[in-house]
Design a protein around this ligand. Structure first.
Ligand SMILES: *Cc1c(COP(=O)(O)O)cnc(C)c1O
Length: 425
């Protein structure tokens, strides 16, 4: 698989390099050099998740990883289902939260970890990543106790849910967690600075597991096919998919699935009040503002780092950007949507509820709607219970860490102090 750096086309890498480097020169994202349509969609849709995903990724990787190795990686990574659940007559939920850390990020995190284990056997690596809440847990669990891998996770102190924090800040061993006095964008900026620091990068063999890593996006492509496979012929005809978006990795994967030939009529980029992209699509001016804290904290991102990939994809596919649906859902509208879903008999959480809210606003007669449920409701237990006035059961994964002590260390949003800490590790 060939990929190029969006900011400097002369930098070309293969999948292994993109996986290990994360970002290219000038903090540029890697993008596939050619996206060939799948020519066996009908038979792929009849397959099970793991063999189908292996076939799709083998097609994308173009022989760089053998089919046998891919099969083995996916058998270890995709150990849980992604069911489509009917919510109302023409609206369905795609539940992506049945993995070990109860969010869709388990797909990308586990696939990336298995790929690195495959390519990096025996070499020391430091995974440095910023999280708005769920990446941290997915990455920490995917790499927990993996030999030769140190994981350092930065997160905005006090800005993630209690359960999110418990899931990854209680592990210890090769997982170090730093609570940063600042926003997710501050954390992301520190990670970017670390990657720009050649000396640091080499000293600790830095690697990122952020959604900027192409391996995570590749893994996420697979569940759009899985969702489609579960729909009947009629539902597949005019399918509209609403994606709750923060860093826009999930939406990038959905659009790549479409570019590979998955016949999705339209995508909707659903954000919370951190609305840089909706404002950009409306006014053509890119003006990130201060990040706001909302009920859907994993989407509290005002400088979404995957957006350049989406623009690149629209460009190379010749799709007009006007085809992309978008919409902003405020906290009070999120609360309304959660209650509406509850009345329909579907227990959701704020991120999925935002995707649902936008979908119901924009769905046309004759269309089928699918919204992505990116996290388990129990991960946002406090706000969900508050809003719905009911009791949310903790699944085993959360119950087992709910009472463990937090092991995080506090830092200011200051690169030099964190650099020193990393160098001393
Ligand atoms: C990360 C996350 C999102 C946002 O996904 P992006 O790929 O960053 O757009 C949405 N919902 C939940 C629960 C998340 O953890």
């Amino acid at each position: 698989m060939k990929l190029y750096n969006i900011k400097d086309r002369s930098e070309q890498v293969n999948f292994e390099q993109a996986l290990k480097q994360g970002l290219g020169r000038y903090q540029g994202l890697f993008f596939p050099d050619s996206i060939k349509k799948l020519d066996n969609l009908a038979s792929l849709l009849r397959m099970e998740l793991v063999p189908r995903s292996s076939a799709i990724l083998a097609h994308m990787l173009g022989g760089e990883v053998s089919k046998d190795v891919l099969d083995a990686i996916l058998e270890k990574a995709f150990t849980f289902p992604a069911p489509v659940v009917k919510v109302s007559e023409n609206i369905h939920a795609l539940e992506l939260f049945h993995g070990p850390t109860l969010a869709f990020k388990d797909f990308g995190g586990r696939f990336m970890a298995q790929c690195l284990a495959q390519f990096n056997a025996g070499k020391k690596t430091t995974i440095l990543t910023a999280t708005s809440g769920d990446t941290g847990a997915a990455v920490a669990h995917a790499f927990f106790e993996m030999e030769n891998v140190n994981v350092v996770i930065l997160y905005p102190k006090g800005k993630i849910s209690v359960m999110q924090e418990k899931l990854f800040c209680t592990l210890g061993k090769n997982i170090t967690t730093l609570a940063i006095e600042g926003t997710f964008d501050d954390c992301q900026a520190i990670v970017k600075q670390a990657f720009d620091d050649q000396e640091l990068r080499e000293a600790i063999a830095l690697n990122s597991a952020n959604s900027i890593n192409i391996s995570r996006i590749l893994a996420q492509i697979c569940y759009y096919f899985e969702a489609f496979a579960q729909l009947d012929a009629k539902q597949r005809e005019n399918l509209v998919i609403s994606v709750p978006s923060g860093n826009f990795g999930d939406l990038t994967a959905g659009l790549l699935a479409k570019a590979l030939g998955l016949p999705v009529k339209r995508f909707i980029a659903a954000t919370n009040s951190n609305d840089t992209v909706p404002r950009y699509l409306k006014t053509k001016s890119w003006t990130p503002r201060q990040t706001l804290a909302t009920l859907s904290n994993a989407m509290d991102v005002s400088a979404p780092n995957n957006w350049p990939r989406i623009e690149e994809l629209f460009n190379v596919q010749g799709w007009p950007l006007e085809c992309l649906g978008y919409g902003v859902t405020t906290d009070s509208q999120t609360i309304d949507a959660l209650r509406e879903l509850d009345a329909l008999g579907y227990l959701c959480e704020p991120h999925g509820a935002i995707a649902y809210a936008e979908l119901t606003k924009q769905l046309q007669p004759g269309e089928t709607g699918l919204f992505l449920c990116t996290a388990h409701p129990a991960k946002f237990k406090e706000s969900v219970e508050d809003i719905l006035g009911n009791h949310v059961e903790l699944p085993e994964a959360l119950a087992s860490c709910a009472d463990l002590p937090l092991l995080s260390q506090d830092f200011g949003a200051d690169f030099s102090a964190i650099r020193e800490f990393l160098m001393a590790m």
